[in-house]
Ligand binder design. Structure first.
Ligand code: URA
Length: 430
């Protein structure tokens, strides 16, 4: 088959800071998916995009081409509106677990296609797989049935959604081109738009434990994604939220499930509760149900009822004991004072090294591994009391985890104040 364009010409256009035409973009994504554009050519184009950027129309077209590479789901036949949430990833970010049943309990269906963790941030599916019996894979028909009957589904994204992104993301990972905002935004949004949700709330994390280390770049990513969602007819809003410190008091799969259940029981750490309710409010508003207060459904147990139904529908036992680690090791506070800093990235790295995360996508994870925090910045600590407890089934991992935590926390004099961003930093909508 003769090709309409030449990959080298497309690369040169972007290398020389030109604009790619709609036709060039549609062709290059399709030809790459078909294997006509080679990996080395796509790597060069991705690097040219990282260096020279794309405008809003180019990113929209790029996203549309990635969506067109695979199937598109359609939830318009459901009896209730749909809303989904996507987090750009952080340490201790278990918010999806209480959030999906909470929003469903308020009358909005939540089709949450999730992933597994890679590197220092955890994956929602890894967390839920620590519940005995729970299955991540569902057919499209089962997903639709569960959405109608239970209202919430958290499951693995099938291979049919945006296959071009799958191929391109793997390439970016090994060519130093993950960080390009047009490529991150189009990668995330192609999957979310193809998933067919009516409304989308983005939780764009900012800080050491996040992709975006500073507020300006997080805001640019948020604005780009909100623009893409809006252009595709999906009501899209973004919150910029703090990832300088971990969310909640746990990082690790079963540990985070336990903490999420505490939130659904009406307890749990303040920041997890606050962010769950804030994001639920945004999802309900985006789905046209702004008059419903999600705090009520959390307090009266309706969210917990949906959680139990959601876990059971996917083969899990909501009453089963969660796995606990064979070994633990306490990290003690070296002084009296006020905890002023607890670095999210370093805690995430420690949890990962304890076995909670994976280095390659085929690696297994330990369900019970991770870090429990006994204090968060702003708390008074006493010398010799545990600050962190490390959990693992393989104690030879403690040494490397402790190395990851070197310098991870600071204890200041009592009366000092942590210098931290607020939990919710900003909101981006069009
Ligand atoms: N998550 C994605 O799905 N894609 C990216 O490019 C970055 C994070």
């Amino acid at each position: 088959m003769s090709e309409r364009f030449d990959a080298v010409e497309v690369i040169r256009t972007k290398r020389d800071k030109g604009r790619l035409s709609d036709e060039q973009i549609a062709w290059v994504i399709d030809a790459y998916t078909r294997g006509v554009v080679a990996d080395e050519q796509m790597s060069a184009l991705a690097m040219a995009i990282l260096l020279n950027g794309m405008d809003r129309a180019e990113i929209s077209r790029w996203t549309a081409a990635m969506i067109a590479s695979g199937e598109r789901m359609d939830f318009s036949g459901l009896s209730r509106p749909t809303a989904d949430k996507h987090s750009t990833g952080g340490v201790g970010d278990k918010i999806t677990l209480p959030l999906a049943p909470l929003v469903a309990a308020c009358g909005v269906a939540v089709p949450q296609l999730s992933g597994r963790g890679l590197g220092h941030t955890g994956g929602t599916l890894d967390k839920l797989e620590s519940i005995p019996g729970w299955q991540a894979s569902l057919s499209n028909e089962d997903m639709m049935r569960q959405l109608e009957e239970v209202g919430a589904v958290i499951c693995a994204a099938g291979s049919g959604l945006a296959p071009a992104d799958k191929k391109l993301y793997a390439l970016r990972d090994v060519t130093g081109t993950v960080e390009a905002i047009p490529l991150i935004a189009s990668s995330i949004m192609s999957k979310k738009i193809a998933e067919g949700t009516g409304a989308l709330v983005l939780d764009v994390k900012v800080g050491s434990g996040a992709f975006m280390k500073d507020v300006d770049s997080a805001k640019e990513l948020a604005e780009t994604m909100v623009g893409l969602g809006t252009d595709a007819g999906v009501t899209t809003v973004a919150l910029l939220t703090n990832m300088q410190v971990p969310l909640g008091l746990t990082a690790g799969n079963a540990l985070e499930v336990r903490e999420s259940v505490e939130v659904l029981e009406g307890g749990g750490p303040e920041d997890v509760v606050e962010l769950t309710i804030e994001l639920a409010r945004e999802m309900l508003k985006a789905a046209g149900k702004e008059d419903i207060d999600p705090a009520d459904a959390l307090a009266d147990g309706r969210a917990m009822d949906v959680w139990r139904a959601m876990i059971s529908a996917q083969g899990g036992d909501p009453d089963a004991e969660l796995p606990t680690a064979k070994e633990t090791h306490d990290v003690l506070a070296p002084a009296d004072g006020l905890l002023t800093q607890l670095d999210a990235y370093q805690v995430g790295l420690a949890a990962w090294r304890l076995g909670a995360g994976r280095a390659r996508k085929e690696d297994p994870v330990q369900a019970a591994a991770g870090v429990v925090m006994h204090a968060k910045p702003g708390a008074t600590v006493r010398s010799g009391e545990p600050l962190l407890t490390l959990h693992t089934d393989t104690p030879e991992r403690f040494e490397r985890a402790l190395e990851a935590l070197d310098g991870a926390f600071t204890i200041g004099p009592e009366g000092s104040r942590p210098d931290l961003l607020p939990l919710v930093i900003d909101r981006v909508a069009e």
